[in-house]
Design a protein. Structure first.
Lengths: 169, 168
């Protein structure tokens, strides 16, 4: 009788082991994450306008100033466009706004000059959205300065702020 | 011929008597035990609608450590060291289990196959569940993604969430 009980227990153990193999199941799911570079604007260069020296023009023995058309411009420092790098993800749509003009003020004074800006049409600046084809887009912004008449032209360094707004859509 | 038959019959009666005697002797040792067995339907698990544990898009500056959490409810949780891109949704993975109605099972989860420097600790709302009357139940799995300090990583990264359910 003991032998029969032992065999019975062995049989139950066998059943339990057989069931163990079927009591678990496994599934899987993908795990995803995307790391993006920081978006933003990096200033490469500011806009530098050439230094201008205005030669006096004598007329009838009276020294007068000269308008822009009659000045002799000499670049004592290198002139250059403002250069910005717009960073983002490929395919990001950005809208860039550059003012048509901005004002520079004489250092130590209050005299102002107006700088008109110009940009390349390829960036669609001010006219719509641009799609970043790569992770960054370089934008150059040039400027032209309309010198004032002699009465208003005060020598000295002038500085101002060119504000460019980039909106990520 | 007849005498032989009688002898055989007598021998058989003797054998039966002997067997009865042995039966009486063994009654004192007899015991009983219940034998129980519960047959269950094998568990099955599947990913619901190809769901993913998706941490979305993150902006990381530098190489400092970072953590990003997606709750089991599929919401963005505690985030440090990175800036999530709000416009990109996150999600928890979701699994459906079938088996015997009323039976309970345990849940274990782990994430593998991630690139070096990344690890994910799964988040479960429950570590065990009970199958409903239809023998079905669903559960989500969130996670906490950890980016090790000094890890330089960019772009889309993937791994695999493995989930094992077992009858208890």
């Amino acid at each position: 009788m003991r032998r029969a009980i032992i065999l019975g227990l062995a049989g139950l153990a066998f059943v339990a082991c057989g069931a163990q193999a079927a009591v678990s199941a496994s599934g899987m799911a993908p795990v995803r994450v995307n790391f993006q570079d920081a978006v933003g604007i990096q200033i490469g260069n500011g806009m530098t306008l050439p230094a201008v020296s205005v030669a006096p023009v004598r007329a009838g023995g009276v020294a007068i100033g000269a308008a822009a058309s009659s000045t002799i411009a000499r670049s004592r420092i290198s002139a250059g466009n403002a250069q910005l790098t717009i960073r983002g993800q490929p395919g990001d749509v950005v809208s860039t706004t550059v003012p048509e003009s901005f004002t520079v003020v004489r250092s130590g004074g209050q005299e102002t000059l107006t700088v008109k800006t110009n940009t390349s049409a390829e960036y669609q600046i001010g006219s719509g959205d641009a799609v970043l084809g790569d992770t960054a887009m370089s934008v150059d912004i040039g400027g032209s300065l309309a010198l004032a008449t002699a009465q208003n032209l005060v020598p000295g360094p002038y500085e101002g702020m060119l504000v460019v707004v980039v909106q990520y859509n | 011929m007849k005498i032989r038959s009688i002898l055989i019959a007598a021998a058989a009666m003797t054998a039966m008597a002997g067997a009865a005697s042995a039966q009486v002797a063994s009654d004192a040792e007899q015991a009983t035990a219940d034998v129980k067995v519960n047959f269950v339907t094998p568990l099955a698990i599947e990913n619901v609608q190809s769901s993913a544990l998706d941490f979305g898009s993150l902006i990381r500056t530098g190489t400092s450590a970072a953590t990003i959490q997606v709750t089991a409810a599929g919401q963005r949780g505690t985030t440090t060291g990175v800036t999530p891109v709000a416009a990109v949704p996150v999600s928890a993975a979701r699994f459906a289990v079938t088996g015997t109605p009323g039976e309970s099972f345990s849940i274990e989860a782990e994430v593998e196959d991630l690139p070096a420097g990344l690890s994910v600790t799964p988040i479960l709302q429950n570590t065990s569940l009970t199958l409903d009357q239809s023998g079905e139940v669903e559960f989500p799995v969130g996670g906490t993604l950890t980016v090790a300090n000094g890890t330089t990583i960019a772009g889309a990264q993937t791994g695999t969430l493995y989930v094992t359910v077992s009858y208890q």
